[in-house]
Design a protein around this ligand. Sequence first.
Ligand SMILES: Cc1cc2nc3c(=O)[nH]c(=O)nc-3n(C[C@H](O)[C@H](O)[C@H](O)COP(=O)(O)OP(=O)(O)OC[C@H]3O[C@@H](n4cnc5c(N)ncnc54)[C@H](O)[C@@H]3O)c2cc1C
Length: 433
Amino acid sequence: MSTAFDAVIIGAGPAGTTAAIRLADAGWSVAIVEKRDFPRRKVCGECIAASNLPLLDALGIGEEFDALAGPALERVGLFVGARRIVAPLPPMADARHRWGRALGREHLDTLLLARARALGVQVWQPWAVKELIHDGDAHVCMISQAGAQSTLQLRAPLLIQAQGSWEPAPRDGDADVDDPRIPRRDSDLLAFKATWRDARMEPGVLPVLAFPGGYGGMVLGDHGLTTLAFCIRRDVLQRARAVHAGTSAAQAALAHVQASCAGVGDALAGAALAGPWLAVGPLRPGIRRAWHGDGRFAVGNAAGEAHPILGEGMSMAIQSAWLLCDRLIAQRTRPASPAGMRPSFTSPGQDYARAWRLNFAPRLRFAAVCAHLAMRPQAATALLPLLQRWPGLLTRGARIAGKVRQAAVSSHGVPARPPGPRPDLPPAPGVHG
Ligand SMILES: Cc1cc2nc3c(=O)[nH]c(=O)nc-3n(C[C@H](O)[C@H](O)[C@H](O)COP(=O)(O)OP(=O)(O)OC[C@H]3O[C@@H](n4cnc5c(N)ncnc54)[C@H](O)[C@@H]3O)c2cc1C
C-alpha cells in the first residue's frame, strides 16, 4: 500500500471529509487519518444550517441526508427561566433548501467518510497522527493504529489539519517547544450532550437555552430523537455537583439546566435517555491558524472555533474546507510546474487565510457576545422585554449568526464516478511515489 500522497488529511469530521471528497474528485491522491472507529456519536447539537445543504448535494450525500435528517427547522427560540420566545428563522433563497435540519453525527460523519472512500480516498482508521515532521518538500505524518506501538509514515506536499479542537493536536516536530499545558480555569467551558426518546419537543423549533454559567440548544432530529447539547462553566458545574451530591457530572449539570430553564424540564418530562451522556472540554473558542506558511493548512475547528451557541461549527467546518479546496484545485489547473519543483502554496495560502477571516471572524465575535449575554442571568433577563416586544430580533440574530450566509457556493455537483484518480487530469505538482 502506498504511503505517499498528494494530500494527507488529519481527522474525518465534516471539515476533513469535505476536503477529502473535493480533492479526490479533482484527481488528487488523498489519505485521511481518523483515530476513532465510525459510526461514533459526538458532542454536538447536530443542526446543519440550510446554507450547507447545496454543498452536501455537491459532495454526493444530499439524498441520504434528506432521507435521514429530522424535520425542517423553521423557527428559532430562546428559553430563559420560565420564559419562551419563538420567532421565524430566516429562510434560504434556494427553494430546495430553505431550512436547516438536524442529523446525528454518527450518521452524517459516516456518510461523508463513506463517500470519500468511494472516490478513492485511502482511509486509515482507527489510526491516529502522533507527530508531524517537515522533511524538505514533504510533510510527514507519523501515524499509529489504536492499541499498537508500531508507527508508519505518510508523506505529502500538502497537509490538511482537520483534527478539531477538543483533543491535543499531534506533536509538531518543527516547533521549538511543545505547547505549554494551559492551566484549568473556573471559566473553562465543559460541554455535554445526550439524546432522548419520546421527548415533548416541538418539531421545527430550534431553541437557544440561556442559564447561569452556560448555554445550549435542543432539537428534534433524526429517528424521532431529541438532542440536548450545552456548555457549562467549570465553577458552576462544581457548585451543581455539590448541590446534587451522589450524581454524575452530567446529571448534576442537567439538574442545573432544568432548574434554570423550564422549557428543558417540560420537554424531557417522561422522556427516556437513548444512549449514554457524552462530554468534552474544556472548549477554547477562538481563531487559530488557517495557513502555516507552507503546504500546511487548517480547516474546521482546527482553524478556529466559535462558541457553539449559534450552532454554526459544522457550517464553518464544511465551508472552510470548501474555500480551501476551491483555491488548491484552481492552482492545480495552471500549467504544471517543471518536474521535481516544489509546488508553491503561497497564493492559495494567503487567499484562503484572508477568505477565512472575512467569512468566519465576524461569526466568532457575534457568537462570543451572545454566549456571554446568555451565561449572565441579569443580562439575559434585561434583554427579555426587548425580545418579547420584538421577537424579530431573534430572526435578525440568526441572520447575523450566518444561518443563511453561504461562504462557499458549489458551482456543480461532485459527480458519482468509479474510485481512483481522474484520468483526464495531469498529476498534481510535487506528487511522490
Ligand atoms: C455543545 C456543542 C453543541 C454544538 N452544536 C452544533 C450545532 O448544532 N451545529 C453545528 O454546526 N455545530 C455545532 N457544534 C460545533 C461542531 O460540533 C464542531 O464545530 C464541528 O464538529 C467541527 O468539525 P471538525 O470537522 O472541524 O472537527 P471534529 O468534528 O471535531 O472532527 C475532528 C476529527 O478528528 C479526529 N482526530 C482528532 N485528533 C486526531 C489525530 N491526532 N489523528 C487522527 N484523527 C484525529 C477526531 O476523532 C474527530 O473525528 C457544537 C459544539 C458543541 C460543543
